[in-house]
Ligand binder design. Structure first.
Ligand code: ATP
Length: 308
């Protein structure tokens, strides 16, 4: 597909402050065709501000923003972009079919109504009024409106918040389909399993700074933490004092240890407790990686934007 993996949207050294709050403190981001970039970060990290800058909803204090190589408010590029923000501002009284037909009419080659219904799971909802739908159903309508113009670039700001598991999985399938067609997607989410399931690349923002950027695997590998679990009578407070043990606590008969080097800890556990059983060692998942990065206690150097 044309344009796959080429940069469709970028922030270069973008800074934005609201009063004393540095919402973005010199951030670089690139969204590529045929890829999904997940933007993660705690509340107030600057994720929505980054999307707002890319959409030209507000001006930057410094740095540059480009959508398809043009300024973001340029109308010719806006037509190539689909957007699903946290607040939608959709009229309550319109029927879903009316909303979809109206939005489709803005585009030269929109997706068919049937495709929109199938992609967003809107079966049986077309004749309903928007204001009468449940929160999850409204979210699906917002998704359909964002994709009905066959956007090359899609911004999804926490798209699955409020969706049940089935609806979330359905939306994941739809997002994967769009990415496979060559669409570039920037997705913000608080669900780390969502980033693990969908993202080609992940960027982690914290207090306006990019603290890590890479593939899901790179981010996991970047962290040396291992989680060790076993059934042992060794006191947690004693194990907590061993070298390479970052944390040790007891959960009933089970000892749970977080370590920055599993092998010496496992060796000592086996040496000190001949009755030890049920030993498990796990690498940190994205959830642990994310928490560690945003806590700023990573043993390894995070990839800073200077290094990107
Ligand atoms: N228009 C505004 N006026 C004043 N402060 C703002 C404005 N927009 C954002 N901020 C501040 O900038 C910071 C970043 O906000 P932003 O909404 O980008 O965070 P976020 O990562 O999207 O958070 P969340 O996960 O809660 O949606 C926050 O401290 C927020 O209060």
């Amino acid at each position: 597909m044309n344009g796959e993996h080429t940069v469709l949207a970028r922030l270069d050294r973008v800074r934005k402050a609201y009063g004393k709050v540095e919402a973005l403190a010199g951030v670089d981001l690139k969204v590529r065709g045929g890829q999904l970039l997940a933007l993660l970060g705690p509340n107030g990290a600057g994720k929505s501000t980054a999307i707002g800058m890319l959409l030209g909803l507000d001006t930057v204090d410094a740095g540059t923003v480009a959508l398809f190589g043009a300024p973001p408010h340029d109308m010719t590029v806006r037509r190539r972009v689909g957007v699903m923000l946290q607040s939608a501002g959709i009229p309550d009284t319109l029927k879903i079919v009316e909303l979809l037909e109206l939005t489709r009419s803005y585009y030269a080659q929109p997706r068919s109504l049937a495709d929109c219904v199938a992609l967003a799971g809107l079966d049986g909802l077309l004749e309903r009024r928007y204001g009468r739908l449940s929160g999850g159903q409204q979210r699906r309508v917002q998704f359909a409106l964002a994709v009905c113009g066959r956007p090359q670039l899609l911004f999804l700001d926490e798209p699955t918040t409020g969706l049940d598991i089935e609806a979330r999985r359905m939306l994941w399938r739809a997002i994967r389909e769009l990415v496979a067609e060559g669409c570039g997607v920037l997705l913000t989410t608080h669900y780390l399993e969502e980033a693990e399931a969908l993202a080609d690349r992940v960027a982690v923002l914290d207090r306006g700074r990019l603290v890590a950027e890479g593939t899901v695997d790179e981010l996991r590998n970047h962290l040396v933490q291992r989680r060790i679990r076993c059934l042992s009578a060794l006191p947690a407070e004693v194990v907590a004092g061993w070298p390479h043990v970052l944390d040790a606590r007891r959960d009933g008969a089970r000892l749970e240890i977080v370590s920055d080097a599993a092998e010496p800890v496992v060796r000592r556990l086996l040496a000190d407790d001949a009755a030890l059983s049920g030993l498990e060692v796990q690498r940190a998942g994205l959830a642990e990686a994310f928490l560690e990065l945003t806590r700023g206690v990573s043993g390894a150097e995070p990839h800073t934007q200077e290094a990107a």
